[in-house]
Design a protein around this ligand. Structure first.
Ligand SMILES: [Zn+2]
Ligand SMILES: [Zn+2]
Length: 280
């Protein structure tokens, strides 16, 4: 949605930036953040080798498994029309894709970056370096949800940590919060790094929280992002809360939040759609 990199017209440069973005997340940001929380913050706020200390380890493992697991499943689940048997008894509402040169089902739209039509296309996700559509919508929702939870959870303890670690130093610390990058150059050290990490923690938390709520609000209304303002077409795929959840999370929708490894078959095929009712 917000991270479409639309301002970059060169497709290859756009792909390169996207691949750099997820590689940076997996191999730099997640390990750096994990090291900061587990090795620096945790021993400061909780006594080592006690039950609460182990419980935090379990929570961190659960969050890490869900963030990376949903990210990888989301990236490797093909939700395009590639290799799908596109057939339906009624093709009245199908549209022609001039690029793929084929008829595509309702809710499928072409993605310029992926260069193919995507079933029930929601948006192109920079973090996944692919589109979010019918088959990987679940993983995107869980990915944003767990990043938000991880940021919220760590921010709570980071504040305790900072309050113990930071020194007032004649108000210099306020400058570090306002200009964290400048503090890196002027006064590079542990304090500047910690302030910077906690600020990133806050920004990512707010951003993913907003992202999750925005998409969850669409989900419970049976909509994808391009359909948010589509009432003019008088078409709605809203089946009611429970069926809308099943449409994205599958038949075991109440379990899927636990792990991306839980198999939860989707009710349809992303090709045939029943228009439930007219938009109000
Ligand atoms: Zn197409
Ligand atoms: Zn795409």
């Amino acid at each position: 949605m917000l991270f479409k990199l639309n301002f970059i017209k060169n497709k290859q440069l756009k792909r390169l930036l996207e691949h750099s973005s997820y590689l940076t997340i997996i191999f730099v940001l997640v390990p750096a953040f994990l090291y900061f929380e587990i090795c620096i913050v945790l021993p400061t706020v909780v006594q080592e080798w006690t039950i609460p200390y182990y419980l935090h380890y379990i929570c961190a493992t659960f969050l890490l498994m869900n963030i990376l697991g949903n990210m990888i499943f989301g990236m490797f689940t093909d939700t395009s029309i590639r290799g799908k048997h596109l057939d339906s008894e009624n093709k009245d509402d199908w549209t022609m894709c001039a690029v793929c040169e084929c008829l595509r089902p309702p809710r499928a739209w072409h993605c310029d970056t992926c260069d193919i039509c995507i079933l029930k296309r929601d948006h192109h996700c920079t973090f996944f370096a692919c589109c979010v559509g019918y088959y990987n919508h679940r993983y995107f929702m869980c990915f944003t949800f767990y990043i938000f939870i991880a940021m919220f959870y760590s921010f709570y303890y980071n504040i305790f940590f900072l309050s113990k670690f930071l020194k007032w130093n004649r108000g210099l610390i306020i400058g570090k919060f306002v200009f964290p990058l400048a503090a890196f150059v002027i006064d590079f050290g542990e304090e500047s790094i910690y302030v910077f990490l906690v600020e990133i923690n806050f920004i990512v938390g707010v951003f993913t929280g907003f992202l999750f709520l925005y998409h969850f609000n669409n989900l419970i209304k049976g909509k994808v992002t391009p359909e948010r303002k589509s009432c003019s077409k008088e078409i709605s795929y809203n089946k009611g809360l429970k069926l809308n959840l099943i449409e994205v999370f599958g038949s075991k929708w109440y379990f899927t939040w636990i792990s991306p490894f839980i198999n939860s078959p989707l009710p349809g095929n992303g090709i045939e759609w029943v228009v439930e009712n007219k938009c109000q």
